[in-house]
Design a protein around this ligand. Structure first.
Ligand SMILES: Cc1cc2nc3c(=O)[nH]c(=O)nc-3n(C[C@H](O)[C@H](O)[C@H](O)COP(=O)(O)OP(=O)(O)OC[C@H]3O[C@@H](n4cnc5c(N)ncnc54)[C@H](O)[C@@H]3O)c2cc1C
Length: 292
């Protein structure tokens, strides 16, 4: 749904410093930034931008990719994992990979952010913005927020969840989180701790598409997010409000499909929106963010 960002926000550049890097999984790292005295004016769900040109270690690679692609490399967007009431600013980045014959170019920025960003590095970030935020009037809209995410799509939803637990404590949350395997689950410990602290208002369901796993401390199902799964855990589909975030069809997928005379295959975002459409959920109850 198209949402307003409220009165026009001043997007500004700020210089921050990496104060901690936390390895979350084999290919994701949470980067925590020290921001000095800058006032951080953002909403849960917002993202910041990082321009790859600021990293001297990437200079030659950036120049080469720009020659190959025939255009300047743009800044990349990263959702905030931190919530506005928290002292620190943080994002979690998943390393993209180069798959021979599948991806056209090697990824530029995410490998550096995930693996090669020492504590103390100064980084210029631009922010904070984005339409995927928790509405201020959420309590008058619903008493049940359903998060449906895949992979690093959980990043803004964690910010929304943390914020809502403090500012809208009566709202229930169901967090349906899709990953290939348990090893890919970001924030497994944090989600468990939040659920244990708020057992009446938070349910976390892990949907693993490539692993059969059972764990008495977790709610794990095998498969992808399906109509059946949503129906099981969200009986009140008419009144719940949905926040869906994860990989969607990229413009590169669309271009490749056009070249091949086909249509791009739906990814997580398109498949999940189709599931919600099947269940008759109204579009104005669905917030979405595509990482495509
Ligand atoms: C709103 C938003 C929020 C996001 N938040 C997060 C987050 O919190 N965490 C996170 O990990 N990611 C997030 N992302 C994704 C992130 O912005 C980057 O896209 C991701 O990190 C990959 O960047 P990269 O520089 O490593 O790869 P890129 O260099 O951008 O490459 C990625 C893919 O695109 C292909 N590609 C690039 N250029 C071309 C071209 N010219 N022609 C054909 N193919 C091309 C490459 O082959 C590769 O497969 C977010 C994206 C959006 C839009």
């Amino acid at each position: 749904m198209a949402e307003s960002d409220g009165p026009r926000r001043r997007i500004k550049q700020i210089e921050v410093m990496v104060s901690e890097t936390i390895r979350e999984t084999h290919d994701t790292t949470t980067v925590v930034f020290f921001t000095g005295n800058d006032r951080l004016d953002y909403k849960p769900g917002h993202f910041l931008m990082i321009d790859p040109h600021q990293f001297p270690a990437l200079d030659r690679f950036t120049a080469y990719l720009e020659d190959q692609k025939g255009r300047k490399e743009p800044p990349r967007a990263y959702s905030l994992y931190s919530a506005p009431h928290e002292q620190y600013l943080a994002t979690t980045v998943k390393e993209e990979t180069y798959q021979s014959g599948v991806t056209r170019y090697p990824p530029l920025l995410s490998p550096l952010l995930v693996n090669r960003l020492p504590v103390g590095t100064k980084v210029v970030v631009t922010g904070f913005t984005g339409p995927y935020t928790l509405p201020d009037d959420i309590e008058s809209r619903t008493d049940h927020v359903v998060h449906i995410c895949a992979g690093s799509g959980s990043v803004p939803n964690m910010s929304i969840l943390k914020y809502a637990q403090v500012h809208h404590p009566t709202i229930r949350h169901t967090f349906l989180y899709g990953n290939k395997t348990w090893a890919d689950v970001i924030y497994a410990k944090q989600l468990r701790a939040m659920r244990d602290a708020h057992p009446d208002t938070l349910t976390v369901v892990h949907a693993l598409s490539r692993e059969q796993k059972s764990d008495s401390a977790e709610l794990i199902v095998h498969g992808r997010v399906s109509s059946e799964l949503v129906r099981t855990y969200v009986p009140d589909t008419d009144s719940a409000e949905f926040f869906v975030c994860g990989p969607g069809i990229t413009k590169w997928d669309t271009l490749r499909a056009q070249e091949a005379g086909t249509t791009p295959s739906p990814r997580f975002l398109e498949s999940t929106l189709a599931v919600l459409d099947d269940l008759g959920i109204k579009k104005d109850k669905i917030h979405r963010e595509s990482y495509g």
